[in-house]
Write a protein that binds this ligand. Structure first.
Ligand code: ASP
Length: 331
């Protein structure tokens, strides 16, 4: 595969500010990687000799495994860090932890942290590439990219499509990254959920706001059913789980009122019976497991592009400052 010369990013921190050309470049590379993943060998050692570190300060199943798998499928080595059992409990800061891990010879750090902005902070304090695997409620760029790839594969060009994001918009990084990416590619985005989780302020960003799922059923080409982020909420934003499921859960009766080729997505983990019923999650409109498969391909593309850029593009002056500071401190 030829490296696309116009990819100029060493880090993937979010989809805010990422152009349509960059997104399409990454998605096209992911399509190629998905093809390779479906071949018997499943590998292309394009990153042989590189080492990636998974730095996860929050729980993860799909993202952590698929970043690790993506790096290995490209021939890179992978080391895994979990906050539990590490020296974080002894008071070590995020930057110190990351710089110590980088000092072991790391080319890319994949970070998940509850604090918004932590990947950016690391990108300013490390020499290696930084990829955001979810920073609190802020962004989760590879999740949105794999969602968009799945939409493209099933429905074609996303431009002009209407994508509805349902549920906990207030606390969902998946929602934020999807809004950025989908709008950049020309999709119409509706956010829908209880008013305690969906701010009318989204209208200022060109997003349609709805408080009734029933009212938008026949308008959307895609429903992305977001998980209620109980772990980020201080107080429960609706009276009961039953009420939420009654008003905002996708079920067979609602599905029957949707467009006939409607696509059902969910970032996972799904709570069966809450955001959607099992028959919808496992039904013919659902692309949930395809999203997971596409996640490996998207993360291969992200690692390949960022690490490829790092080895081609000279560090910018700000990087020299960081390197000089590191050199002074280690002298
Ligand atoms: N797995 C996604 C995330 O980490 C979605 C979720 O947890 O609800 O943001």
């Amino acid at each position: 595969m030829d490296y696309p010369g116009h990819w100029q990013r060493r880090h993937l921190l979010g989809l805010e500010g990422v152009s349509a050309t960059e997104i399409i470049t990454l998605l096209d590379a992911a399509v190629e990687f998905r093809r390779i993943l479906d071949e018997p060998g499943r590998k292309r050692p394009l990153l042989a000799g590189k080492t990636c570190a998974n730095l996860f300060f929050e729980n993860s199943t799909r993202t952590r495994l698929s970043f690790g798998l993506a790096a290995r499928r490209l021939g890179a080595d992978v080391v895994d860090f979990s906050a539990a059992g590490s020296s974080v409990s002894k008071g070590e800061t995020l930057i110190d932890t990351a710089r110590n891990i980088e000092a072991m010879g790391i080319d890319a750090v994949i970070v998940r942290h509850s604090c918004p902005g932590s990947p950016k902070l690391l990108s300013e304090n490390l020499r290696c590439c930084v990829l955001n695997a979810g920073d609190g409620p802020h962004e989760h760029p590879t999740q949105a990219l794999l969602d968009i790839l799945t939409i493209r594969q099933r429905l074609g060009d996303v431009k002009g499509l209407t994508v509805a994001l349902i549920g906990d918009i207030a606390h969902s990084r998946t929602a934020r990254s999807n809004i950025q990416g989908l709008q950049t590619l020309g999709a119409n985005v509706i956010v829908c959920g209880p008013s305690t989780l969906v701010s009318a302020e989204w209208e200022k960003f060109g997003v349609e706001v709805s408080y009734s799922l029933d009212a938008i059923l026949d308008r959307a080409d895609v429903f992305n059913l977001l998980r209620i982020q109980f772990e980020r909420q201080v107080v429960r934003p609706f009276p009961s789980i039953r009420e939420y499921a009654y008003l905002y859960g996708m079920n067979a009766e609602r599905l029957a009122r949707c467009k006939k080729d409607v696509l059902i997505l969910a970032p996972g983990p799904i709570n069966r019976g809450l955001e959607l019923t099992p028959d919808v999650a496992d039904g013919s409109h659902s692309a949930i497991l395809d999203q997971v498969s596409n996640g490996v391909a998207v993360r291969m593309a992200a690692l390949w592009l960022c690490l490829g850029c790092a080895s081609r593009v000279a560090p910018d002056p700000a990087r020299h400052d960081v390197e000089a500071r590191h050199d002074d401190e280690s002298a």
